[in-house]
Structure formats: C-alpha cells, structure tokens
Design a protein around this ligand. Structure first.
Ligand code: S3P
Length: 172
C-alpha cells in the first residue's frame, strides 16, 4: 500500500510527505512526483509545459504516477493537478489518499512567497491572483474529494506536527 498526498499547491504536500516518512521510519520512503518527473525527463515542469504543452506534461505525470504505484510503502506528494485525469484517480484510489486543504487566502500567500513558483507552476502563476485560485479550487475540490480517504486542513502556520499526528492516528 502507498500513501498519496493530494491537494492544491501550497497545501504542504511534499513537506508533510517527508515528515510522515520520517515518523513512519523504514521501509517507508517519501517521494515527490513532480521532482521525480523532472529528474526522469531532465527538464523543469515549466520547460515541459513550453515544449510539449499541458497535455504532454499530464501524459508524463500519469506515467510517473503509474510507475510509483508499482512500488510499496511510498508516501508520495503529488502535483496539484494529478486528480484531473480519471486514470490517475483510479490509480490513487488503490492507495490510501490524504487530501490536504487550505483556504484560498492561505494558498495565495504561500504561493507568492515560494521562490519556486515561477518555474514550477507555469500555468498557475500568481498573475491570476486569488480569483484564479478560487476558480481552480472550485473545479478541483470534487475531484480531490472523490479520491480522498482522509481530509486534513493545513491552514495554520506551524501546524505540520499536528497535521502529521492526525494522519498517523487515522492510519493506525
Ligand atoms: C500543477 C501543480 C504543480 C505542477 C504543475 C501543475 C497544477 O504541482 O504539477 O505545475 O495543475 O495544479 P504542485 O501542486 O506541487 O505545485
């Protein structure tokens, strides 16, 4: 069984994945799907969007998720748009899925102060502002809900420990 962390950008998926893996200990391993994909292709997500478009990126994303799903004891942070494809949702449902949430204001603040925003989230820049975030959240929430076994709010600053403990308690 794998554990997948899904949710919008800025909800702390990769940080929580790492913390969870260190609390679980061996044989659990934290992975970040976006990082794995960038390493496998040898290009940043922004470059992939430029060269092969969003559809091309989504194909690569699906392929990466498929590969990771063949492993066991992986705690995987996923890209915010991974739930857009039914094929991905089917794969995610074979694992245990935690949906991390945060409100639009919190996401907006976090995305703006994240230095990797410009090259990691090409289609989701801060240009659209909070309105774009609200629109995407409204469209994606039902998809996150569809795959989630557990929903945990990660709105508060410094709440990582509490979030990790909530997840651990629900898992055991
Ligand atoms: C995306 C989110 C990004 C990355 C890509 C597309 C999205 O991942 O996969 O830029 O569509 O929401 P993060 O959620 O890690 O930022």
């Amino acid at each position: 069984m794998n554990i997948y962390l899904v949710g919008f950008r800025g909800t702390g998926k990769s940080t929580i994945a790492r913390e969870l893996a260190s609390r679980f200990g061996a044989p659990w391993l934290a992975l970040d799907l976006d990082e794995l994909l960038e390493e496998a292709v040898g290009k940043s997500i922004a470059t992939m969007f430029e060269e092969i478009g969003e559809a091309g990126f989504r194909d690569q994303e699906e392929e990466t998720l498929r590969r990771v799903s063949a492993f066991d004891h992986v705690i995987a942070g996923t890209g915010g748009g991974v739930v857009l494809r039914q094929a991905n949702r089917d794969i995610l449902k074979r694992g245990w899925v935690v949906w991390l949430t945060a409100d639009a204001e919190t996401i907006h603040r976090r995305v703006q102060r994240d230095p990797t925003t410009a090259d990691r989230r090409p289609n989701l820049t801060t240009n659209g502002g909070i309105g774009e975030i609200r629109e995407l959240l409204a469209a994606r929430d039902p998809l996150y809900r569809d795959v989630a076994n557990l929903v945990v709010a990660n709105d508060q600053e410094g709440s990582i420990d509490a979030v990790v403990t909530t997840i651990l308690t629900a898992w055991t």
